[in-house]
Design a protein around this ligand. Structure first.
Ligand code: NAD
Length: 485
């Protein structure tokens, strides 16, 4: 069992209208530790009826919440931020237990998640409007921004805390109320955040959480609802497309943070040691289970062999283990299906001529642990080139020219994050501008921060999270014409 300093943070009920509730059917679902298969807790398995209750609660809470001053909302968010930071160790432990990432990574995510709450506690006070020079002397044109209304949010398991705060903080700061459905693998982090939101004094109904084994059923209630005016989704592109179609009938606003196929390009003029370091952090963070993970490592011919040599040494030095039992670089994958997918992708690549440089097998720890793996001589015909790997496999490609690298990098329907290592100033500009991605990191392997706009182009999504732009996703513009002046 988990020994938390504050045992109330381990909640086994969902949170609707300020009440901790079981499913109407009494059914529950287990939450499993991917590192050892242990059942950590049971949470309610809710369906359409409870989803509708939560939407009704959010709709009922909306008028009072949006009438609060920005400062009043800010004070509550700031309190929530402080409580999250104070509970950092427990929240990290819960996250490692249900998701598997190493404890230091989990603690990092808790602080990253909290940073959105702090940021939007401030940003909510700066939702300004405009007075537009009028077209007529006796009229005035005003533009104000109002909360969209009730927001539904659906989040994935790979960042069980930060993907939630990245949506809730701007929504609440803007004056919206919410219903959240966290991923079925990682509901405990979401529920713990609600315990802290309640303690912070966020009023009942303003934020509600449904847990379920039936995401499609709950999602359909969200998308069909006329009260829900916005859907904010983070997850796979396939589910995002489906939800966008479902949202068409009620013409909802949507934000979509979807999959990626990030290139990490190493040019001849790069600092190779920095490039290796960047590739390690970008590829192997969270065992390769992030949307911005380097999915393809493209290396220029002049440094190809040297890079592979240094990279494989660094990869073989990565430690693998159970995040609650020591300090490790990599934890387990989320479930057996993830291991199967990684194994299939690897088999496909090797059968088509990829060279296995290191790793390549389920880890001797068993369960869902997988060895950090490098494959070389990868080509676009292999499945790893087209699909999100979402696991600890780094495929390395060779290229000759800058133009070829840009073309290879852009040869995907995704457009979330891209990374490249180069020192030539002209090249830095040319390549940055040539990459069809929402985010580009130059000589860096991690780019997520609350102060910058996170999001993708092409089939990686619509909208941005974080930064001063993120709150716009939860605001509607209103034009008021005042005549007779
Ligand atoms: P997923 O799409 O299977 O699930 C995401 C969420 O959607 C979960 O809560 C799930 O229960 C729910 N869901 C699944 N089917 C649904 C349906 N029919 N209707 C409504 N909800 C449904 O994705 P996943 O495997 O949980 O997460 C990994 C994916 O998320 C990857 O593609 C990754 O790139 C993406 N992701 C993107 C970002 C980003 O910011 N762009 C961040 C993290 C993860």
């Amino acid at each position: 069992m988990l020994s938390l300093k504050d045992s109330d943070l381990l909640k086994q009920q969902a949170y609707i209208n300020g009440e901790w509730q079981a499913a109407l059917s009494g059914k529950t679902m287990p939450v499993i530790n991917p590192a050892n298969g242990e059942i950590l807790a049971y949470v309610p398995d809710m369906r359409a009826a409870e989803t509708q209750q939560a939407i009704d609660a959010a709709a009922a809470a909306l008028p009072l919440w949006k009438k609060k001053t920005a400062k009043e909302r800010s004070v509550l968010l700031r309190r929530w931020f402080d409580l999250i930071v104070d509970a950092k160790d427990d929240l990290a432990m819960l996250m490692t237990a249900e998701q598997g990432k190493p404890l230091t990574e989990a603690a990092g995510e808790v602080l990253y998640g909290a940073s959105f709450v702090e940021w939007y506690a401030e940003e909510g006070k700066r939702v300004y409007g405009d007075l537009i020079p009028s077209h007529a002397a006796d009229k005035r044109i005003m533009v104000s921004r109002e909360p969209v209304g009730v927001v539904a949010a659906i989040t994935p398991w790979n960042f069980p805390n930060a993907m939630i705060t990245r949506k809730c903080a701007p929504a609440l700061a803007a004056g919206c109320t919410m219903v959240l459905k966290p991923a079925e693998d990682t509901p405990l982090s979401a529920l713990a955040l609600m315990v802290l939101a309640e303690r912070a004094g966020i009023p009942k109904g303003v934020i509600n959480v449904i847990t379920t084994t039936q995401p499609a059923e709950v999602g359909s209630v969200f998308t069909a609802s006329k009260e829900v005016r916005k859907l904010s989704f983070t997850g796979s592109t396939a589910v995002g497309k489906q939800l966008m179609k479902q949202c068409a009938d009620t013409v909802k606003k949507v934000s979509m943070e979807l999959g990626g196929n990030a290139p990490l390009i190493v040019f001849d003029d790069a600092d190779l040691d920095k490039a290796v370091q960047g590739a390690i952090i970008s590829k192997f963070r969270n065992a390769g289970q992030t949307c911005v993970c380097a999915n393809r490592v493209l290396v220029q011919a002049g440094v190809y062999d040297a890079f592979i040599e240094k990279f494989s040494v660094a990869v073989q030095a990565l430690s693998v283990g159970h995040g609650l039992q020591g300090v490790f670089d990599q934890g387990p994958l989320i479930n057996q299906a993830a291991v199967n997918k990684v194994s299939e992708l690897l088999e496909d690549a090797v059968s088509k001529g990829a060279r296995l440089v290191c790793g390549g097998n389920p880890h001797e720890l068993g369960g869902t642990f997988f060895e950090p793996t490098v494959i070389a001589d990868v080509v676009p015909e292999m499945r790893v080139s087209r699909e999100e790997i979402f696991g600890p496999i780094a495929p390395v490609y060779r290229f000759e020219t800058e133009a070829e690298a840009i073309a290879m990098a852009n040869d995907t329907e995704y457009g979330l994050a891209a990374y490249f290592y180069a020192n030539d100033l002209g090249r830095v500009w040319r390549v940055s501008e040539g990459l069809e991605y929402g985010m580009v990191a130059v000589n860096e392997g991690v780019l997520s921060t609350e102060v910058a706009p996170f999001g993708g182009v092409k089939e990686s999504g619509i909208g941005r999270e974080g930064s001063r732009y993120g709150i716009d996703e939860y605001l509607e513009m209103k034009y008021t014409l005042i005549g007779g002046i």
